[in-house]
Design a protein around this ligand. Structure first.
Ligand SMILES: Nc1ncnc2c1ncn2[C@@H]1O[C@H](COP(=O)(O)OP(=O)(O)OP(=O)(O)O)[C@@H](O)[C@H]1O
Length: 340
């Protein structure tokens, strides 16, 4: 649906050339929600703006529905853009226009007739849950409601793809949750493919089927969300994944514990989550697992469990116990003294 091949984009400034994105390739499949995560300055905004050609790549190709859009005429580009809606962190609503007009004006500009405009405004305001706000002005709405209007405006163009540029970053956690649920509904019920950028791992966790991690203009890791959570390989990806666990053991506690055996983080996914592996460890080896912390992360399609466990026992026996856990499909990671 969206295919970027070897896309690079640099900006010329007085201080020289800034390589914002560097040789990025990725593919978003029809019907999926694809997330790009990275810290500030990683190149996410530039990347997503290359998809609808708000930025033109310096090199590389952008293919939408099988068509290379980097070399099309201005007229063709307009047609392609109509199939791609976009929402933003700052909502970008017209302050002096009502909710109705905010949704209707872009449709008027594309010559949709009045009756059809009325129909679409009503339909999409209902989908976003704001059917009673036709005549309100943006200033009279909460941040979450403003984003819902922006989503209705994007949907009213009846796009195949929705691009989301940090759409929940300005919202509180509860409102973020409700907007993420709305994006899921749009994806599932209207079949719209969504590509989003974010710096928040909980956005990826809750709604993305696949994720790409960006750093310094490059994609450093990409894959199914569940695989990235279960086995992050790049240190930056690990930082993002660990940010969702919110668990830290006081260093002195950890220091004391490791005198009598390793402290490990166990990650359970798929089949391994339903086996009573810790009970088997104590039955098979002279090792006592002591659970220090635990949690469950609900991803869009799967659940991942984590436990931080102290394996109390003889060194050789704990090594055998760890091998056994790995054979059972559990991911085992040593916990260092500063962080859990
Ligand atoms: N129009 C521009 N002119 C010059 N440099 C730019 C321009 N747009 C982006 N950059 C630079 O490109 C790099 C990537 O910026 P970009 O906004 O894409 O990152 P980001 O990951 O979206 O960051 P943030 O989350 O802070 O918006 C940064 O170094 C930025 O300063």
């Amino acid at each position: 649906m969206i295919k970027l091949t070897n896309v690079s984009k640099s900006f010329q400034t007085k201080k020289g050339t800034i390589p914002a994105i560097d040789d990025v390739s990725l593919e978003v499949q029809p019907g999926e929600i694809f997330g790009v995560i990275g810290y500030s300055g990683a190149g996410k905004s530039t990347l997503i703006r290359c998809v609808n050609l708000l930025e033109s790549p310096t090199t590389g190709s952008v293919i939408i529905n099988g068509r290379d859009v980097t070399n099309v005429s201005a007229e063709e580009l307009l047609k392609v853009r109509r199939k791609i809606g976009m929402i933003f962190q700052g909502f970008n609503l017209l302050k002096t226009a009502t909710v109705y007009d905010n949704i209707a004006i872009p449709l008027k500009l594309t010559d949709v007739d009045k009756k059809e405009i009325d129909k679409r405004v009503q339909k999409y305001l209902q989908i976003v849950g704001l059917e009673d706000k036709h005549d309100a002005y943006p200033g009279q709405l909460s941040g979450g409601q403003k984003q819902r209007v922006a989503i209705a405006r994007a949907l009213a163009q009846e796009p195949e793809i929705l691009l989301s540029d940090e759409a929940t970053s300005a919202l509180d956690p509860e409102t973020t949750e409700s907007i993420l649920e709305l994006l899921l509904k749009i994806n599932e019920e209207l079949g719209i493919t969504i590509m989003l950028i974010t710096h928040e791992m909980n956005v990826i966790q809750k709604i993305c089927d696949r994720v790409a991690v960006m750093e310094k203009g490059k994609i450093i890791e990409q894959g199914k969300t569940v695989d990235i959570y279960a086995r992050p390989s790049h240190p930056t990806t690990k930082r993002f994944v660990n940010s969702t666990y919110h668990k830290e053991l006081p260093p002195h506690v950890l220091q004391d514990l490791i005198q009598t055996g390793p402290v490990v983080r166990l990650t359970f996914v798929g089949e391994s989550s339903s086996k009573p592996v810790l009970a088997s460890v104590s039955a098979k080896f002279p090792v006592s697992p002591n659970i220090l912390a635990g949690g469950i992360i609900a991803l869009k399609q799967e659940t991942i469990g984590t436990l931080v466990v102290h394996l109390h026992g003889d060194k050789e026996e704990t090594i055998k116990a760890i091998s056994y856990l790995e054979e059972q499909g559990v991911k085992v990671e040593g916990v260092e003294v500063t962080h859990v």
